[in-house]
Design a protein around this ligand. Structure first.
Ligand SMILES: *Cc1c(COP(=O)(O)O)cnc(C)c1O
Length: 376
């Protein structure tokens, strides 16, 4: 099984050995019968392991080309498990426009507990070198970033961090393993919010950690069980169903995003379009090298915040809502919605910014909706 879609549909998903069910069942059980004390078929208690979750973990690991996969109750729970492998006093360098919830977790959960961190512009090697400390143990990358669509060179940053004995974590939520495979580019750990493109249908919250290193995987697996932020079997099953169509969905997201970007670029009310597929995007060349295509997320800036708020309220096919990566198109105002938690901080996003998650409806309907929403 080498092809991406073949693995998405089959890896970890053999017919059920007990019944022959072609689809991995939802093992809705908290416990498993033992034939004698300590003797069982591989599962003893559902926080520690569940066959539906195991299938998801195997499938996700296969898609990222990883030896180990761990599913979590949310993307933030996945990131939390990775950060808990560090010790008080350790230092992390992260991109200065990571997802707002990631920054909030660093700032208000892990910092009080003893982790130090600096959000910096990872595209500037001098800034990165200046932020580096003797106790820097981890470099946390998101690319493309949410919501400003910055692109960072994973291979170059991994080489920099590895020379200094630090691990590299990539939040691959925006790109998905279909468009970008960070482990192959040199990263050590991939984290996902499976809530987004992997689930793909806006009906589940989940997260995942994928990695090769056996020792670190042992620690993540320990934390998954010892802390217990695990997805239930239904949620695992929904993500498993979602990823079967990941490749076809991502191709449609990318194609529709191109049509929407073309409409935005020629629109007089739009000041700037932030999309890595545009040749004038500062990360275009790196994105073209490390991604298969440019994705379904698009951001744009308008004249001012009132113009952005007015446009957000006018969309009809795009639903005004947080989140992203589902089959339906969504629009949001990051400053007042997804990224309100970073208002007033270094990570504050501009008020004139609008973010689109371009869905897989008919492109003409999406372009018409953009044009009517942006009319004067
Ligand atoms: C949504 C998101 C997260 C957090 O995931 P949850 O599933 O909401 O906990 C992390 N990173 C990125 C890039 C996201 O978009």
């Amino acid at each position: 099984m080498t092809g991406f879609s073949t693995r998405a549909i089959h890896a970890g998903q053999d017919p059920d050995p007990a019944t022959g069910a072609v689809i991995v069942p939802v093992y809705q059980t908290s416990t498993f019968a033992q034939s004698a004390v300590g003797e069982h078929a591989g599962w003893d208690y559902a926080r520690s392991g569940n066959p539906t979750r195991d299938a998801l973990q195997a499938a996700l690991a296969s898609l990222e080309g990883a030896r180990h996969g761990f599913a979590f109750a949310s993307g933030l729970a996945a990131g939390d498990a990775v950060l808990r492998t560090l010790a008080p006093g350790d230092h992390v360098v992260l991109a200065n426009d990571v997802y707002g919830g990631t920054f909030r977790q660093f700032n208000r959960v892990h910092r009080p507990w003893g982790l130090d961190f600096d959000p910096v512009d990872l595209s500037d090697p001098d800034v990165l070198a200046a932020a580096w400390r003797p106790r820097t143990r981890m470099l946390w990358i998101e690319t493309p970033t949410n919501p400003l669509m910055s692109i960072f060179d994973v291979a170059a940053l991994a080489a920099f961090a590895h020379e200094r004995d630090a691990r590299v974590v990539v939040d691959n939520t925006f790109a998905t393993p279909y468009l970008q495979q960070p482990l192959a580019l040199g990263a050590d750990v991939v984290v996902h919010s499976t809530t987004k493109y992997l689930g793909g249908h806006s009906d589940v919250v989940g997260g995942a950690v994928l990695l090769d290193d056996d020792e670190l995987a042992g620690r993540i697996g320990f934390l998954q069980n010892a802390v217990g932020a695990v997805p239930g079997p239904w949620d695992a099953w929904l993500v498993l169903r979602g990823i079967k169509t990941l490749a076809v969905r991502m191709r449609a997201h990318c194609e529709n995003a191109r049509a929407v970007v073309a409409a935005l670029v020629r629109h007089a009310a739009v000041e700037r379009v932030l999309y890595p597929g545009l040749p004038d995007h500062p990360g275009h060349e790196v994105a073209a090298r490390q991604m298969r295509d440019f994705g379904g997320m698009v951001a744009f800036r308008m004249a001012d915040e009132p113009a952005a708020l007015r446009a957000c309220a006018r969309f009809r096919v795009f639903t005004l809502a947080e989140s992203l990566g589902g089959v339906e198109s969504l629009v949001e105002h990051p400053g007042r919605m997804t990224h309100q938690s970073v208002a007033g901080s270094l990570l504050e996003v501009p008020g004139d910014l609008v973010r689109l998650s371009v869905g897989i409806e008919d492109a003409d309907d999406l372009v018409d909706d953009v044009e009517q929403a942006l009319r004067p």
